[in-house]
Design a protein around this ligand. Structure first.
Ligand code: ADP
Ligand code: MG
Length: 488
């Protein structure tokens, strides 16, 4: 992974990192709040031996003290002294419990011993530290006094007494939060990388083109307004999504220029990938260019177009196929100029059979003769065979993949199904891509930036018409070549 990949990953998954960070920092705060505050009181003991008169004796005495210091630190944390301190102060704890609160440390080559007492009460901490030190002074005297009652060999004095600590040493709020932040960033990044590694959805033009084995002819951005109103009003709307459909239209018109596809099926592997919405807007974009367009709801299982476009849904495709009406009886004018709609009609028990019938072939031929373009919505390819049947009888298919949702193997599978029925794959469309500058994967929105297909460069939405036409030519020839491959 290089720096660019990392930046891309961060931009795409900053939410994961942020959420993990917030959780760990909150965890650190919770730990801090739940920790009983502990206060530390400290005393310092000085160990001396009866000084000799000569230099050699003094030196020896010093060494003797240093050796003592080591043993004293053990005694300071020992059971006996703890018990004496408990008795002295009348503490409501056992000697064992008190021992846990005491630490004694001495630096090498030093005759000083630092005694620390950690307790939940600041006053008790200092009381214990002082009482313990006093008791130790007595204890050392007892131990060091020879039996004959001569002067003790070593002496301990409390060099520094404990005062009442004014703030707790535990919890260490700043340190806990610091650790929380560090762990949060670490875990967050780890999680982001992990999620990225486990992500097998389609997220880039390159991977979609590779999986589909066809050029990308459109990239449709996510546009929340489409949930309420799937149809774009191309005469008044110049948002990014409208722009993207106009580009798609241009690309479509350049596909296979010698034999331009006029009956086009919009297919995808799974439900909710934007087939119906895309079909409507491709049809509208074509109608906007003064073409006479028919939009057909070929999804007889879960027809949506009549809802999306506010037309009658009960009569349509299936009605004509069953022989109960003629095409002209059930064709409806939409409220958009140049766009007629054929609803799916009542849901039949055998959609695949109906769509594969001779009647369907004839009906599609009839549609083709009456309209410049016939755009067909369809059922998910991986769910039922309907879309494959429609695709086989059409001039071409556009395969839709939804950004970050459609899985790579679903695309491959769907394309395999289309190949099996010898459908002509016109190209792929990536839908619901994150709007630009939205902390999303920064992938290029252009189609082919340079004449050399491998040297792609990103284009701007506002590129000049001339430019976009030149680019589209390349798309056309690419897709045309691909179509040739399929036909072989
Ligand atoms: N470009 C888009 N931006 C935002 N939402 C979209 C877009 N395309 C489709 N949707 C929404 O996604 C959902 C599924 O779309 P739909 O066209 O019905 O998919 P399909 O026909 O594949 O089941 C719908 O709620 C629709 O409004
Ligand atoms: Mg649909």
């Amino acid at each position: 992974m290089n720096i660019q990949d990392f930046v891309r990953l961060l931009r795409a998954r900053w939410v994961t990192v942020l959420v993990t960070l917030i959780v760990t920092v909150l965890g650190a705060v919770a730990v801090t709040l739940l920790t009983t505050p502990l206060y530390q009181a400290s005393t310092r003991l000085f160990v001396s031996t009866s000084a000799g008169t000569s230099l050699a004796e003094t030196y020896q005495g010093n060494r003797f003290s240093q050796e003592r210091v080591i043993s004293y630190t053990e005694l300071l944390t020992g059971e006996t002294l703890a018990q004496r301190t408990v008795d002295k102060l009348g503490l409501e704890m056992s000697a064992e419990q008190l021992r846990d609160e005491i630490t004694a440390t001495a630096k090498t080559d030093s005759v000083l011993i630092d005694v620390h007492v950690l307790d939940s009460s600041p006053v008790r901490a200092s009381d214990i530290a002082n009482a313990l030190s006093d008791q130790f002074v007595l204890m050392a005297r007892e131990l060091e006094t020879p039996e004959d009652g001569a002067r003790p060999d070593a002496r301990v004095v409390v060099e520094q007494r404990a005062s009442v600590p004014d703030r707790p040493v535990v919890p260490k709020t700043m340190r806990n939060i610091g650790v929380g932040i560090a762990l949060g960033i670490l875990f967050g990044l780890g999680l982001a990388v992990l999620r990225d590694l486990l992500d097998n959805t389609v997220k880039s033009r390159e991977s979609l083109e590779e999986l589909a084995g066809a050029g990308l002819v459109g990239t449709i951005p996510l546009d929340k307004d489409r949930r309420k109103q799937p149809a774009i009003s191309f005469d008044s709307d110049n948002t990014a999504i409208a722009e993207s459909f106009l580009k798609l239209r241009t690309n479509l018109q350049f596909l296979a220029v010698d034999n331009p596809p006029r009956v086009i099926v919009i297919a995808s592997s799974m439900p909710s990938e934007g087939k119906s919405t895309t079909a409507i807007n491709i049809a509208l974009a074509l109608a906007e260019a003064e073409h006479n367009v028919l939009l057909v709801d070929g999804d007889m299982r879960r027809p949506m177009l009549h809802n999306y476009l506010d037309v009658v849904g009960s009569v349509g495709f299936s009605t004509v196929l069953s022989g109960a009406a003629t095409l002209s009886d059930v064709l409806q004018k939409s409220r958009y100029p140049g766009l007629s709609v054929l609803s799916a009609g009542a849901v039949p028990p055998n959609p695949s059979e109906l769509l594969g019938s001779q009647a369907a072939k004839k009906l599609i031929a009839e549609m083709r003769s009456q309209f410049d373009y016939v755009v067909m919505d369809s059922s998910p390819l991986l769910a039922v065979t309907d879309a494959a049947i429609l695709a086989a009888g059409a001039d071409g298919v556009l395969i839709i993949a939804r950004f970050g949702q459609t899985k790579r193997d679903q695309i491959s599978h769907a394309v395999g199904i289309l190949k099996n029925v010898d459908a002509s794959l016109l190209g792929a469309v990536l839908t619901m891509t994150p709007p630009r500058g939205d902390g999303s994967y920064s992938y290029s929105y252009s189609y082919y930036g340079a004449n050399d297909g491998s040297k792609r460069q990103s284009s701007d939405a506002k590129e000049s018409v001339k430019d976009s036409e030149a680019t589209n030519d390349v798309v056309a020839s690419e897709a045309g070549r691909h179509k040739g491959n399929l036909d072989n």
